[in-house]
Every structure is written in structure tokens, then in C-alpha cells.
Design a protein around this ligand. Structure first.
Ligand code: ZN
Length: 336
């Protein structure tokens, strides 16, 4: 059904690519992170919920069609549908059916609940294409409430020291999930411009988020000392971040699960919060598809392939250009 070409995963029968990494005629896009959304394709198909974000990132002139989750579309006789992936707003798994065979390409996904997007939906298939960003047993996510409790305790401790709290998370997806979990009664919630842009798109799609203020519009002094500022990791150690003086810094990422990651990142605190599936979630997701064959992409492909083979599944690693390491969950440049 699918084969790997120099532009990415290609469905010959349907004449389309899924998340191509170069310009192609027809692109079916799982979500709008930079490593899954290539510029210059003639036509894009994505979820209705993700359409506005894709259009924003592709710029004017892109032809983007949005379809509702579960709504079948026929492309050259191939039946396509998109199903929630639970990764970020509008993220989708692509179900492809042709000649009695069903494949599902999951893109990036997670099975944890997330108030900012539709939950992951297991889809039955013969072949499942899974990411493996955090495909090692050490990656097991703590309860989200515990993570947010720790973030609030850190924020209050910084307020007591009259220091701004700078919390880094990717501008698209992670930042909005952080915002959704923050308690506005603790203090002002400020945003970096890139975060504010994406947050506006989330609000336009009806995602409930606490009130935020663009950081540079907030008055200097008291506000900043009591505030938490949600910003993309790229803003760390820039003149933008230095405006806040001796701020306390923290990073929210799945990588914070392992010792040393916080230090390498050079932040004061690390909070383990990921928009990717963890090890138990990955195994559970694969099992729920009933697939007998699994293609494993970006991440810890070898351990995941080995584990699946030991369970009697046909599994292989596929070399894609997806990064999924939360570096590619790319940051939108700060508007001038
Ligand atoms: Zn992603």
C-alpha cells in the first residue's frame, strides 16, 4: 500500500504522499509540525480542526482541504479517512483502505488525555505505522496532575523570590497544553509572541484556555515578577528572555524524564510533559490496532522493533525524515 520514496511515504494506488518532506502533487498531512508539513505541495488534505494551523504555517496561496475526523474521502479509488491522534490540535492518523487491505499512519501521537485536542482513537488495521520518539521502557509519563502541581509550586516559589518564571515548551501544541493546565489565580500568565499566535488559533477552534497577555504588552515591574511566561525553547538566553532579568527557567518535555536532560538544556527545572506516546502507551496503542505488521519510524526504532517481533508481530524500522524529538516541533519566529 505504501512505499518509501525520496519524498516520503507514497501510496501508489492513490497517487498521494503522507507527510512528504518535499514538494509533491498531493500531500495528506497528519499535523502541522515542521517535520510533517512540507512547503510547496500542489494540494494538501488535513483534518478540519488542523486546517487553520496548516494554512498559517504554509502561508497564503496553499490549497488546503480540511475533512472532519472519520469522514471518508476517495482518492483515485483509495478510501482515506483521518482519525484523532491526540498529539496536538487537529493531529490525525491517516487510515488508507484499498483492495481489502487497511493501513494506518499515526504520525505523532499520544494516548494520554489532553484538554487541547481530541483523544487518540485506536483504528483497526493490517499495518500500523508508528513513531517511536520515546520508545524505551524508561519513558513512562508521570500523572499530569502531579506535573502541574510541581509547576505551580515552582511558580509560587519564584514569586516569593520576586523572580519571573520562564517556562519553555514548543509554540505549537506543548505551549497550549501548558496554558490549559495553569491556574490563573496564582498570577498573570504571559506569552511569547510565537505562543500567542498559535494560542489564538486554538481559541478560534473553541479550545478553552485561561486568559493570557502577550508578554511585551504587560507592564514591567510587578506583573513580570509574579508572572509565568510561556515561551518556545528557542527564546532561552536571547535578548527577549533577558528582558525578564534574573528569571527562573524551566523546560516542559518528555526528555526531562531522564537524568541529565535538564542540565544539558541549561534550565533550572525540568517538567516531564510530552505530546508523544510513552513506552507503555506505545505498546498499548499497537495492540489496540490489531495490526499484524508494524512499521516503526523516527525515534528508538530498534528496541521497539525488537519488542514487537518478540510478540510475534512482523515489524521493521523505516528511515524517515521525521524528527519527533521535540526539536522539530518547530518554533514559529517571533513577530517583529
Ligand atoms: Zn509533532
Amino acid at each position: 500500500m505504501l512505499r518509501l520514496t525520496d519524498r516520503g511515504l507514497f501510496c501508489e494506488a492513490g497517487g498521494f504522499h503522507v507527510d512528504p518532506w518535499g514538494p509533491v502533487e498531493r500531500a495528506v498531512v497528519t499535523h502541522a509540525h515542521g517535520d510533517h508539513l512540507a512547503w510547496g505541495c500542489d494540494r494538501y488534505l488535513t483534518s478540519a480542526a488542523g486546517r487553520a494551523i496548516a494554512e498559517r504555517r504554509l502561508g497564503a496561496g496553499a490549497t488546503v482541504r480540511g475533512v472532519a475526523y472519520g469522514e471518508p474521502v476517495t482518492v483515485n479509488g483509495v478510501r482515506l479517512s483521518l482519525h484523532p491522534a491526540g498529539h496536538i490540535l487537529g493531529s490525525a492518523q491517516v487510515r488508507i483502505e484499498h483492495g481489502g487491505e487497511v493501513w494506518v499512519v499515526s504520525g505523532d501521537y499520544k494516548v494520554e488525555p489532553d484538554p487541547t485536542c481530541t483523544p487518540f482513537e485506536p483504528v483497526h488495521c493490517h499495518t500500523f505505522v508508528t513513531e517511536s520518539t520515546f520508545g524505551l521502557p524508561v519513558y513512562q509519563w508521570p500523572a499530569q496532575q502531579d506535573v502541574f502541581d510541581a509547576i505551580h509550586a515552582w511558580w509560587r516559589a519564584n514569586q516569593a523570590e520576586q523572580r519571573t518564571s520562564l517556562l519553555f515548551g514548543y509554540a505549537l501544541g506543548k505551549a497550549q497544553r501548558l496554558l490549559a493546565g495553569l491556574d490563573p489565580s496564582v498570577g498573570p500568565i504571559l506569552t511569547h509572541g510565537a505562543v500567542e499566535q498559535m494560542t489564538a488559533l486554538y481559541r478560534a477552534e473553541g479550545v478553552p484556555l485561561p486568559p493570557t497577555t502577550y508578554a511585551l504588552a504587560a507592564s514591567k515591574g510587578n506583573d513580570w515578577k509574579r508572572a509565568i511566561v510561556v515561551a518556545p525553547p528557542g527564546a532561552d538566553r536571547t535578548p527577549w528572555a533577558r528582558r525578564f532579568g534574573d528569571a527562573a527557567t524551566a523546560m516542559a518535555s518528555g526528555w526531562m524524564r531522564v537524568r541529565g536532560a535538564r542540565r544539558r538544556r541549561g534550565v533550572d527545572r525540568g517538567f516531564t510533559l510530552s505530546d508523544h506516546v510513552d513506552w507503555p502507551g506505545l505498546l498499548q496503542a499497537v495492540a489496540a490496532t490489531g495490526a499484524s505488521s508494524v512499521w516503526v519510524t523516527h525515534g528508538f526504532t530498534a528496541p521497539v522493533v525488537r519488542w514487537l517481533q518478540e510478540q510475534g508481530l512482523e515489524a521493521r524500522a523505516i528511515a524517515t525524515r521525521f524528527e519527533g524529538d521535540e526539536r522539530a516541533e518547530s518554533d514559529v519566529p517571533e513577530p517583529a
